[in-house]
Design a protein around this ligand. Sequence first.
Ligand SMILES: [Zn+2]
Length: 299
Amino acid sequence: MICQFQRTIKNPIKIEGVGLHSGENTTLYLIPAKENEGIKFIKDGVVIPAHIDNAHSFEYSTTLYKEGKTIRTVEHLMAALYFTGIDNITIEIAQGEELPILDGSSKVFVEKIKEAGIVSLPQEKIYAVIEEPIEIFQEDKFIKATPSNRFKVIYQANYNNSIIGNKKFEYIPENIDSFKGIYTARTYCFLEEVEYLRSKGLAKGGSLENAVVFDKDKVLNEEGLRFEDEPIRHKTLDLIGDLYLLGYPIIGEIFSFKGGHRLNAEFVKALISQGAYSLKQASEIIEIMNFGCFYDKVY
Ligand SMILES: [Zn+2]
């Protein structure tokens, strides 16, 4: 039951690639950290903890900002860290201001982390256990959390498009199929959005190599979709990455209806401001221990 304990990577990792929105090349180093150090970014000597307090912009991605330093599009790496059970790691951005988009999913991050190796640290993992129901709204969108003895995320969309449509995806970590079927889901956009995004200085690095592009109901990528409901799976991945900005993995059931980065961030802030959870060590939560360490059963 290795996931009773906090984890970090065994060896440093170097990752290079282009940023989805900036179009700039980025080089980053993932460096092992000690127990209770948490997940931290470093840019030009400024330490930016991966925490919602440092999240400042949510337009088509989640951006961290502190003392004049910006790191854009952190959500796919945050999701990869959640998926591999990493609690402590330092991410140094040597070049650029945006994490590389890679294939548009968390796949490369997860693979590099597995390749580098994962080690347990001599302190128990700490979980944020949802203690009371909480719900936030934004127009017709909402996210709610309810207490549960497990982590479960349900994402439901309602798009006017026959490919995405009114689909729903359920992520249950201990269900190996749902676990395997999420971290490779790619980001996506619609062809008619591309011009608008570019006019706003976004998606400059976007291509069919790193995003699924829809022309109305048609997928333009030659290889097609990785899953029939890939966009919904990706929205779930984004939500999981943003939720990890709470600083702890959650125990509770999360339901998002059409949520995006902005609502995800408002939700994490509401969890904190409304005191909707309590922090517990792994050994205080017997139900988690019964699941064993699901992080190691996949990939
Ligand atoms: Zn995304």
